[in-house]
Design a protein around this ligand. Structure first.
Ligand code: A2P
Length: 325
């Protein structure tokens, strides 16, 4: 049985495949394998630089009769350089074209960070640096209010390019502010969350507005070790309370951590390119965690954020830009 989560009265599969950092050379096959394994929810973004190849995997799966477009839930995200109202629709259409789709189930503002526009013809996806060729490349911020971006996101719904719209990496204050001007309410908040970053107050804030929550990096540090943003020792998968629950439930530690995410009411979008883990990460409904296990895993919280622009923008892009403080 595929577990689902209610997103403004639409049914979204609660486990999706996260596509960040999957090599464009292999992602079409991974997407195909995932759909074959039962995934119906894919989490994409322009910034992941693999949407064309993701689209090839989707197209082959549909052509082979594994599923229809309507059975898939496909999310993508507006990159930081396209926050001005005149760029939002073009960016959405570019992602749709790359993926070979005519609508998104969900389109999200990727970060509450507006960067100077970079023309598609100059660089796509443009990533964080304004001009990587100059002697000292850095980020160039743009003065665009998030309300302007949201207004243009609302027009995507009117234009039937996106069925639902939402935001990523917003704090509780930004959500309160957004709710003060939104004509179309955000259907989703996507945030980093795992047992070391439980974000209870933020999730509660979103849920108080009936905004669904998706947890990215639901397994914690693992994705960040290879890019030097976490150490191997920071894995949550060897924590005694996780191991004990895994042993008791006859599940793997990763399944326990993902199930913890589901049982607290969030969707989870683990990334994997390993065919066995694809199946493992989707098989979360034949066991459940007790209240005590849930509390013990939540007790691991240490407010450890692995994906923090306040840290990585300075190190990687010569620009200090904090958003969570
Ligand atoms: P791999 O692609 O080699 O499987 P997250 O989406 O939480 O950031 O986690 C992704 C990271 O966790 C990747 O490094 C992925 O590596 C690894 N991973 C995904 N699923 C599992 C699993 N079931 N057990 C162990 N590691 C996993």
């Amino acid at each position: 049985m595929v577990q689902t989560i209610n997103v403004d009265n639409q049914v979204m599969p609660a486990v999706g495949l996260g596509l960040w950092k999957i090599d464009p050379d292999t992602v079409a096959q991974t997407v195909y394998d995932a759909i074959k394994a039962g995934y119906r929810h894919l989490d994409s973004a322009a910034d992941y630089a693999n949407e064309v190849e993701v689209g090839q995997g989707i197209a082959r799966a549909i052509a082979d009769g594994l599923c229809s477009r309507e059975e898939l839930w496909i999310t993508s995200k507006l990159w930081n350089t396209y926050h001005r109202k005149e760029h939002v629709e073009a960016a959405c259409r570019r992602s749709l074209a790359d993926l070979g789709l005519d609508y998104f189930d969900l389109y999200l503002v990727h970060f509450p960070i507006a960067l100077q526009f970079v023309d598609f013809a100059d660089r796509y996806p443009p990533e964080w640096l304004f001009d990587p060729q100059v002697a000292q490349p850095g980020m160039q911020l743009d003065r665009v209010p998030l309300s302007e971006t949201w207004g243009a996101m609302e027009q995507l719904v009117e234009a039937k390019l996106a069925r639902q719209i939402g935001v990523c990496n917003y704090s509780a204050s930004l959500l309160h502010d957004l709710m003060s001007y939104a004509n179309i309410k955000p259907a989703m908040l996507q945030i980093e969350s795992h047992p070391y970053l439980t974000q209870e107050a933020l999730i509660r804030t979103a849920q108080s507005y009936d905004i669904a929550v998706t947890a990215f990096s639901p397994l914690g540090s693992l994705s960040y070790v290879a890019i030097d943003m976490a150490s191997e020792a920071e894995t949550v998968l060897t924590q005694p309370v996780v191991l004990a629950a895994a042993e008791r439930a006859g599940a793997t530690p990763a399944q326990v951590v993902l199930r913890w995410g589901l049982q607290r009411g969030t969707a989870v979008i683990p990334k994997t390119t390993n065919p066995q883990r694809l199946v493992e990460n989707l098989s979360l409904s034949d066991f459940s965690l007790t209240d005590e296990e849930m509390a013990a895993i939540s007790g691991l919280n240490q407010n450890r954020r692995f994906n923090d622009p306040g840290a990585f923008c300075e190190e990687a892009f010569n620009t200090f830009y904090s958003i969570y403080d």
